[in-house]
Design a protein around this ligand. Structure first.
Ligand SMILES: [Zn+2]
Length: 169
């Protein structure tokens, strides 16, 4: 594996562990030339499907692209990259099992549902980008819905949503 920093081929694995409930292997690697450390993941290649965009255009599914979007939403939130990896892997499995083509709408909805379980602030941030709320009122309605749902749940240990937190970057 090539070093991501100096492009040397002289890299070695310093640690390997099974992650994502046995579905992937995470390896810590070290460059022997510049000492740069980086992480790689090894997983079965089941995520080869086509994404249908809103206008009907098709493109190959990109895990990286999806992951970047989720990372932005989860910025500074108590969600680990491992949790995000696991979440995406289980969603991919579901999507790939379903059919060879999947709409961006379905992907967005599924990600939102999963994020909601992990962290409400990340969920709302993702929703604000993904759903592209035409006005603030609708977005506030979504927040109120969420808060309403939470009130019904007893002994919820979740943190309350704070507007400052939501838009902090
Ligand atoms: Zn290097």
């Amino acid at each position: 594996m090539q070093c991501m920093k100096c492009k040397s081929d002289d890299t070695s694995v310093i640690d390997s562990r099974i992650v994502e409930e046995g579905k992937a292997i995470r390896r810590r690697r070290k460059c022997e030339v510049c000492d740069h450390r980086f992480t790689t993941y090894e997983r079965p290649e089941f995520a080869t499907f086509t994404v249908i965009k809103a206008g009907g255009k098709k493109e190959p599914y990109s895990r990286d692209k999806l992951q970047r979007g989720i990372m932005v939403a989860a910025h500074k939130r108590p969600i680990s990259s491992g949790q995000i990896e696991t979440m995406i892997s289980s969603l991919e499995e579901k999507w790939a099992a379903n059919k060879k083509e999947i709409s961006t709408k379905r992907i967005g909805r599924d990600v939102m549902e999963s994020l909601k379980m992990l962290d409400e602030v990340a969920y709302l941030r993702f929703a604000s980008v993904y759903l592209d709320y035409p006005c603030a009122d609708e977005f506030l309605e979504e927040i109120n819905n969420l808060i309403g749902h939470r009130k019904h749940r007893k002994k919820s240990s979740r943190q309350s949503i704070d507007q400052k937190e939501l838009f902090e970057k």
